[in-house]
Design a protein around this ligand. Structure first.
Ligand SMILES: C[S@@+](CC[C@H](N)C(=O)[O-])C[C@H]1O[C@@H](n2cnc3c(N)ncnc32)[C@H](O)[C@@H]1O
Length: 152
């Protein structure tokens, strides 16, 4: 994984269409896409391709059996995107090789993984709004990361 600009990791995603949207976004922002299993749906390429279109060729998902397998295989700073963070995503000093971690659609990430993250960031939302769609949160984070890291 040396030389990777940015990683996008999905923690136990529950909805195939969100994985498809994340694949497309990762491809567009030049990130490596990781799926930390188990997923909440049977992995059928057709369901994912319905949303990712042909972008999977640019960001083919790396599937990891569980959190430990992911951590052993992908070194780097874990930047957890969470509504429960103090720091806003644009106040963070993004670095090449950062791992942008997104929580599960219904529950985010468990407390131990929340605590294990190196940095926790939130995207400020309008009053009354609870959270963004997971893939959209990833796209916003990746856009800021690439703005800071550059496109070279
Ligand atoms: C639908 S949200 C999960 C909502 C869940 N009830 C929770 O409290 O974490 C799915 C994922 O998108 C990301 N996300 C959504 N909105 C966000 C925000 N405003 N700031 C940071 N991350 C966000 C987080 O990674 C979150 O775990």
């Amino acid at each position: 994984m040396a030389g990777v600009m940015l990683h996008l990791a999905l923690f136990q995603p529950e909805i195939a269409a969100n994985v498809g949207a994340a694949i497309r976004a990762a491809a567009c922002f030049g990130a490596e896409l990781h799926v930390i299993e188990p997923c909440g749906f049977p992995w059928k390429t057709r369901d994912i391709e319905r949303v990712s279109l042909d972008y999977g060729a640019l960001a083919p998902p790396h599937r990891h059996a569980d959190w430990r397998a992911f951590r052993e295989g992908v070194p780097g700073r874990i930047i957890l995107m969470t509504t429960k963070a103090e720091t806003a995503y644009h106040e963070h000093d993004w670095q090449r090789g950062d791992i942008l971690l997104l929580g599960q659609e219904s529950a985010g990430v468990p407390e131990d993984i929340h605590n294990e993250a190196d940095i926790r960031l939130r995207i400020p939302l309008a009053p009354g709004a609870r959270s963004l769609n997971m893939a959209m949160a990833g796209a916003i984070g990746m856009a800021e990361a690439r703005r800071q890291i550059g496109w070279g």
